[in-house]
Design a protein around this ligand. Structure first.
Ligand SMILES: NC(=O)C1=CN([C@@H]2O[C@H](COP(=O)(O)OP(=O)(O)OC[C@H]3O[C@@H](n4cnc5c(N)ncnc54)[C@H](O)[C@@H]3O)[C@@H](O)[C@H]2O)C=CC1
Ligand SMILES: O=C(CO)COP(=O)(O)O
Length: 320
């Protein structure tokens, strides 16, 4: 077994299903009960109902078994990643660890690659990111993602090993760009959902996506990312998907804000903590990121959507 996936949520299960088409894959579930249920039912009824688990996919609660694999995909939410790595440092050290989360750590402003490097310096950190919904991958629909690893040889090897029949990977060594694209687009998806939920229209959303992309680039380029990465799958591609589809949880959180409805707090919405982390980082870097700041204020309920839109529209006129 070459590959294991840690985290049996929607994305981890979908990736494991797709990778199982290449050969045996182990999916690690944090809960022993869930692992047993998935093994028996051959389905992740909780997060990915209606999709059968292939025979080459084994679900386990034993991290000793899962970490026999050389390549470990970490399908764990960004804000939980550090704890998960610390809790299992002895078993995960020296592996190739491919983070599959999209976000920025709230207390540190770091992305998943930096969190892996800080926590487990002997591991080889990489990132799998880009436009893809778990249900689409699990159903075998065509998907293209970005595999980012600072080491060019590792990046090429991982690209080969993690590409499947329906999951086409592009590679990059620009880990900063890949991380920031995935983190920042979630914030913009909340903004777009809010605008659509409030009935402000498709034109307003297109404006937000475009100015949101400018904001994403402002931070990413200041942090050393390549413009080509931002224009690729992990940046523009994922922004386009997440800001326009109700499959996105970030977008749906925005919709509920725009409609004045409650949102189930148990649903994983990476953009919420990330908006706050990005806003703090932007302030520290003296970067102008008004959409991110508005999303943070909306989430904190210190600003209404009407006032947020009025503020954005009243900003000084400038060149594009
Ligand atoms: N669902 C999707 O369509 C996609 C999700 N992603 C990313 O994948 C990441 C995970 O998202 P989902 O799987 O959708 O979320 P989810 O909410 O379905 O599952 C999260 C999983 O993480 C596990 N987990 C939480 N804390 C943990 C800890 N401390 N140690 C070990 N495991 C822990 C949970 O038990 C759960 O199985 C997020 O960063 C998300 O942005 C990326 C692309 C698509
Ligand atoms: O990252 C995703 C699509 O690429 C999934 O989006 P959500 O986390 O908003 O559901």
């Amino acid at each position: 077994m070459t590959v294991a996936v840690l985290g049996s949520g929607a994305f981890g299960t979908a990736l494991a299903i797709s990778l199982a088409g290449n050969g045996p894959v182990t999916l690690w579930a944090r809960s022993a009960e869930q692992a047993a249920r998935m093994e028996t039912d051959r389905e992740n009824a909780l997060r990915l109902p209606g999709v059968a688990l292939p025979e080459t996919l084994t679900v386990t609660h034993s991290l000793e078994i899962a970490t026999q694999a050389r390549i470990i995909l970490l399908a764990i939410p960004m804000q939980k990643l550090r704890t998960a790595l610390q809790d299992h440092a002895d078993l995960l050290a020296s592996h190739t660890l491919v983070a599959c989360c999209k976000g920025m750590e709230l207390n540190t402003g770091l992305g998943p690659i930096a969190v892996i490097s800080e926590t487990l310096p002997s591991a080889i950190p990489a990132l799998l990111t880009g436009p893809s919904f778990a249900h689409d991958i699990a159903r075998g629909l065509p998907t293209a993602l970005t595999l980012a690893c600072a080491d060019a040889n590792q990046s090429a090897t991982l690209q080969q090993e993690l590409t499947t029949a329906n999951l086409r990977l592009y590679r990059t060594t620009d880990t900063a760009g890949a991380e920031l694209g995935g983190a920042l687009k979630n914030v913009m998806a909340i903004a777009c959902g809010a605008v659509m939920g409030a009935g402000l229209g498709d034109s307003a959303r297109a404006a937000l996506m475009t100015r949101g992309y400018a904001e994403m680039q402002r931070m990413a380029l200041a942090l050393g990312a390549q413009p080509e990465t931002m224009a690729g799958l992990s940046g523009f591609g994922d922004l386009a998907l997440t800001c326009t589809s109700e499959q996105s949880r970030n977008y749906r959180l925005g919709l509920s804000i725009g409609r004045g409805e409650q949102f189930d707090p148990s649903i994983t919405v990476e953009g919420a903590a990330t908006a706050r982390a990005v806003a703090a980082k932007a302030q520290a870097m003296k970067l102008d990121m008004p959409i991110t700041q508005s999303v943070t204020d909306l989430l904190d309920q210190t600003l209404t959507l009407t006032d947020a839109m009025a503020q954005l529209l009243a900003r000084p006129l400038k060149e594009e």
